[in-house]
Design a binder for this molecule. Structure first.
Ligand SMILES: NC(=O)c1ccc[n+]([C@@H]2O[C@H](COP(=O)([O-])OP(=O)(O)OC[C@H]3O[C@@H](n4cnc5c(N)ncnc54)[C@H](O)[C@@H]3O)[C@@H](O)[C@H]2O)c1
Length: 239
């Protein structure tokens, strides 16, 4: 087991990619606290909204009280709105920014003091941070910002032995995307965007998160790792 003796805090742990990461970290021997608005199946389940300053501070304190310290932070809580910019309301813009970006800021801010032995932070960005994708204005803006945040945090915390990386998944089957894939024609169109010929599964992303969290990635920091079946490599069409 790669993560025996490690403690992990995972946000968005109640569903989809975050739930798969929490389970994969636990299988590798880590003790896992899940932070989500919903209850999670983690050893420690903490219910909080990642956008709330004092709520996140309290949840992180509780995680540390139960687990002792934090070695691994995996930040997955996120929401998506599928609209072009002119159709977004200011409230929708603010909410997606708050969950996807402020949430990562707050969870990282309150976790960092509890990483005394160094550790690994893995943010969940998206392939839409690397490739323009229609109708994703605010979602893509948050994910692009996460890639920048990852690089800057990697530099700020390298001397403390904390590695900071992010994953950019392609389109992955989760409750977040279930409506996108409900129509078979549309599902085929999404699948065709991925040269490896299938959509992602949460487990595909979880394996990459375990890698980045483990000592196998000991000399890797500041990267945005596409885990996307080739989506960001370019056009898959045979032209
Ligand atoms: N599914 C995909 O195709 C895909 C692709 C690229 C990136 N991502 C990213 O992966 C992450 C996980 O997405 P998913 O597909 O597993 O979605 P999901 O909806 O299945 O899971 C998201 C989890 O985040 C939690 N959450 C949402 N808002 C929260 C808040 N304010 N406070 C606390 N918890 C909150 C939800 O309760 C849920 O458990 C997201 O950041 C998403 O942007 C997903």
């Amino acid at each position: 087991m790669k993560l025996s003796g490690k403690s992990a805090l995972v946000t968005g742990a109640a569903s989809g990619i975050g739930a798969a990461i929490a389970a994969a970290l636990a299988r590798e021997g880590a003790r896992v606290a899940g932070l989500d608005v919903n209850p999670s199946a983690c050893e420690v389940s903490l219910q909080a909204d990642v956008t709330g300053d004092s709520a996140v501070a309290a949840a992180v304190e509780e995680a540390v009280r139960r687990l002792g310290r934090i070695d691994i932070l995996s930040a997955n809580a996120g929401i998506a709105i599928r609209k072009p910019l002119d159709e977004l309301t200011a409230g929708e813009w603010d909410r997606v920014m708050a969950v996807n970006l402020r949430g990562v800021f707050l969870v990282s801010k309150y976790s960092l003091p509890h990483m005394p032995r160094g550790g690994a932070i893995v943010h969940m960005a998206s392939c839409v941070a690397l490739m323009g994708t229609r109708n994703r204005a605010v979602y893509a803006a948050t994910k692009g910002a996460l890639v920048s945040l990852t690089r800057n945090m990697a530099l700020d915390y390298a001397q403390r032995g904390i590695r900071v990386n992010c994953i950019c998944p392609g389109f992955t089957r989760t409750p977040l995307t279930v409506n996108l894939f409900s129509d078979p024609e549309r599902e085929a169109a999404f699948t065709a965007l991925h040269p490896l010929g299938r959509l992602g599964e949460s487990e595909d992303v979880a394996r990459a998160a375990v890698f980045l969290a483990s000592d196998d990635a000991a000399w890797i920091t500041g990267v945005a790792l596409p885990v996307d079946g080739g989506y960001s490599a370019g056009h898959a069409a045979d032209i």
